[in-house]
Design a protein around this ligand. Structure first.
Ligand SMILES: [Zn+2]
Length: 354
């Protein structure tokens, strides 16, 4: 029996000594001390031995058992320490040249263009101003000389927010509850800005608007507008002409001319459509301009006195102009984009061209 114990001792001490991983040590431990391990099973044989031999063998057995346990534990400790040392010696080489993925995004063509025109008008002293996209009927229409019963409402098919979407607003009567709309133009910023600022006023508003449109290649329910408002002494239609040419020349080059054509907008009086000399045929007439030689690019006019008064402006002293274009229509012209819906499609194949 003693011989068997000594044999287990030498065999497993050697195995333990040669083990290279914690996993191997676990296996050795189970082979000795597991449910059917050699050390676990040995005492069962003691019953068949004479008493004297048991007396002699038992201390040897206990000693070997402890020795093997200690050997395994010591080796575990040694393997762990070795691992920690390796970690300590490992270094991260930050100088090593690595290939960084070169693909990267860019601004949407609409955003690129809007930044460009905002820079153009910032040079003339115009200040950018944001208004809510979900706004009251009052600020979107009523203050601009477009009352609820006005036939002019038919010009802009507006999304109204259903039942219960009412807001308390800064009307002269503070307790007035108002219907909410998705703004159909950026002009909801006009009177707001006037109420916060004294003339001379130079404001520009760029942003998203919404209309209930029949969708086609030139119409979207969600679109952007770019609008500027200038209020000062002696502002007149001549300033509109100047601003239109300044803008078109900066965008399309010095060859282009602008013209103003009478057009009705309820919030201005008089109103004008802004036309640019067709950039494709230079006025001779072509398919894009329908043979006219001019392209309609925006709308403008002298701000209606009712709107100025609602903004607290003294119409005896000051007059003002409002001028706006559609950024989408402009970049469609610049890049020859045939369908407005591509711009908000999120189609990467399309967007990667810009
Ligand atoms: Zn043309």
């Amino acid at each position: 029996m003693e011989e068997k114990i000594k044999q287990i001792q030498s065999e497993y001490l050697e195995k333990t000594e040669q083990a290279k991983s914690l996993g191997e040590l676990d296996e050795i431990f189970l082979a000795l001390f597991g449910k059917n391990g050699e050390i676990t099973l040995l005492p069962k044989d003691f019953g068949s031995l004479p008493k004297d031999e048991v007396k002699a063998v038992a201390p040897v057995f206990n000693q070997v058992k402890q020795e093997l346990e200690k050997a395994i534990n010591d080796k575990r400790y040694a393997i762990r320490e070795e691992g920690y040392k390796k970690l300590e010696q490992e270094t991260l080489d930050l100088d090593k040249k690595t290939e960084i993925k070169k693909r990267q995004g860019h601004l949407h063509p609409l955003t690129q263009f809007e930044k460009r025109i905002a820079d153009l008008f910032a040079k003339l002293g115009f200040q950018q101003y944001d208004s809510p996209q979900l706004d009251t009927d009052y600020m979107t229409f009523q203050v601009l000389n477009i009352p609820e019963d006005s036939p002019a409402r038919d010009l802009q098919d507006t999304f109204y927010i259903e039942n219960g979407a009412l807001a308390y607003v800064d009307t002269p009567d503070k307790d007035t509850k108002e219907k909410l709309v998705l703004r159909s133009h950026t002009s909801n910023s006009e009177v707001r800005f006037m109420r916060e600022h004294q003339p001379p006023i130079r404001m520009m508003a760029i942003g998203r608007c919404f209309r209930y449109e029949n969708l086609d290649a030139r119409h979207e329910h969600t679109f952007d507008q770019f609008e500027i408002v200038c209020i000062d002494k002696g502002i007149n239609m001549g300033n509109l002409q100047y601003l239109s040419e300044y803008f078109l020349k900066e965008v399309f080059g010095t060859e282009i001319k602008a013209r103003l054509r009478t057009k009705y907008y309820p919030q201005v009086e008089p109103g004008a459509g802004i036309d640019g000399l067709c950039i494709f045929c230079k006025g001779k007439g072509c398919k894009v301009c329908g043979g006219v030689g001019w392209l309609e690019l925006g709308g403008a006019g002298m701000i209606h006195p009712v709107a100025l008064k609602n903004g607290g402006i003294d119409t005896e002293v000051y007059s003002g102009l409002a001028w706006g274009i559609s950024p989408e229509r402009m970049i469609m012209l610049i890049y020859g984009i045939e369908d407005i819906r591509l711009l908000r499609s999120g189609d990467l194949k399309f967007l990667e061209k810009f």
